[in-house]
Design a protein around this ligand. Structure first.
Ligand SMILES: C[S@@+](CC[C@H](N)C(=O)[O-])C[C@H]1O[C@@H](n2cnc3c(N)ncnc32)[C@H](O)[C@@H]1O
Length: 218
């Protein structure tokens, strides 16, 4: 995502400090304590961009706590601004690039993970960087609470096919899948991301799926 330099980044961060998750790896196992209602489910989006999706989700679902994960400093500041404008009490921003989710989240800590329009990393030598690589899925699984879901959407057909293969390789159950989200039964509940608006506006159909990261206890 290309962005011009954000001149007053420091001022924005200072004004929005309440939304920044400081020392995020030290919050492993304690994320819920950041929120007014710690008993609520905890949903994470990895690669939130400017935060359109996660801020709107937080506004629509005050009964869920959200973590936006975005490592790019010129971009994550936009999430802070949106969160402050909406005065969201159920959102914090993890301002780092996540390598291994296990470094930040404890076993069973997360109820849902969203991956929206993740970078496709098209070259073979970068396959392990894809956020749906089987090693990353294994990490998400260990951070997942019973019944936790993974939801991903992308315009990129190659990345979607790869992700389906990786999900199958981990033996995860796919609850639903669509190659054309905006003309599917799931469209009504869909909150669009910035990239989604751009690509669907250009006529590209959007792939989406929901998979179970960890089965409910019997
Ligand atoms: C292609 S953009 C999509 C942004 C947004 N989800 C959307 O749909 O508009 C991918 C974003 O993910 C961020 N990102 C990629 N890998 C990440 C990681 N491991 N941890 C945190 N952010 C990441 C990038 O900085 C970039 O802003």
């Amino acid at each position: 995502m290309r962005q011009r330099k954000v001149k007053n980044r420091d001022e924005i961060c200072a004004a929005c400090a309440g939304w920044i998750a400081d020392d995020p790896s030290a919050l492993k196992g304690r994320w819920r304590s950041l929120f007014e209602n710690p008993q609520q489910p905890l949903h994470v989006e990895i690669g939130s961009g400017k935060g359109r999706f996660i801020c709107e989700m937080a506004r629509l679902h005050p009964d869920v706590n959200f973590i936006a994960v975005e490592g790019a400093p010129k971009i994550n500041v936009r999430i802070l601004q949106k969160a402050a404008e909406l005065d969201l009490k159920n959102l914090v921003v993890l301002m780092e690039f996540i390598g291994n989710a296990r470094d930040y989240f404890a076993e069973g800590e997360l109820d849902r993970i969203y991956l929206n329009f993740s970078d496709p990393w098209p070259k073979k030598r970068n396959i392990k960087r894809r956020l749906t690589h089987r090693d990353k899925l294994a990490a998400y699984e260990s951070c997942a609470a019973p019944g936790a879901l993974l939801q991903l959407k992308t315009d990129n057909d190659m990345l979607f096919a790869f992700s389906l293969d990786e999900i199958h390789s981990r033996g995860l159950l796919i609850r639903w899948v669509t190659r054309d989200l905006h003309h599917s039964p799931y469209a009504a509940r869909n909150v669009q991301t910035e990239y989604e608006q751009k690509f669907s506006g250009a006529g590209k159909s959007i792939n989406c799926l929901q998979a179970v990261l960890k089965q409910e206890r019997a």
